[in-house]
Write a protein that binds this ligand. Sequence first.
Ligand SMILES: [Fe+2]
Length: 304
Amino acid sequence: MTLTIKPILPRFGAEVSGVDISKPLDEATRAAIVAAMDRWGVCVYRNTGLDNDSHVEFSRIFGYLERAPLRPGKAPRHGHRELFDAGNLDPSGAILQDEGMLLHKRGDRLWHTDSSFMELRSSYSLLLAHEVPKEGGETWFADTRSAYEDLPQPMKDRIAGLEVIHSLWWSRKLAGVPLTEEEVDERSSARHPLVLRHIGSGRDALYIAAHARDIVGMDRDEGRALIRELLDWATQPQYIFSVKWQPGDLVIWDNLASMHRGGYFDERNERRYMRRTTVREGVPPEQPDDPFAELLSFPLKATA
Ligand SMILES: [Fe+2]
């Protein structure tokens, strides 16, 4: 089977067609799908026909899938721990009205990379649209490899070897959740190099995000100004594009080669419901359980 690949930007993002990813795939097709991700960083598959089972099954070609925490005494939602809910619905399927949860979710509208606040990085995210708003609700993507490559040499020299502290709570504070600096500092965080080598392409990339709180060994204000400067650089028009969703569309993005953010929509009246699988970088399939349970044990309410 030959994939048809239509680039979105010259170096980043592609619409892929010519393959039915809801069905079992032969080895050559699987390799071509992974190779397209290595090259383009974000791949859009329209009208896939994927359901919960085939979404999870297709995702496994990329590696180990992260698992959502089990709720005590309850079976996994949708029958798979590998499926994470995204969007603006509560567990009963109604539109979220809780202001604290809405604020928390608004953090996804800041440029970020999924799970950079975890020690074990996420590589691919595979987001399938189930319900989409009439207007807005698109997802924006930014090319962190080209952004790094285009940096002036003095900036490349300045950031070489730097490490960054990433915190989910920092991005939530940026989004308006009323957390103090002390509360952010005492909660879990992770440390990652600011520039990473993207294994599948051999290209270097910036690894930054709204979760990026501080630069190790640098004055706090100076570090945050540098993070802001790099985020602004990497989200210039030549590095970004948006995807407008229809139900059944799947977008795969490589968190080690891109950032993304959600677009605005009428979140109090319109339904937006997506399910996501997430691949953990370089982890063997026998990884026993998932550290999300511990991380998410912190209260998410705005009043916390
Ligand atoms: Fe995200």
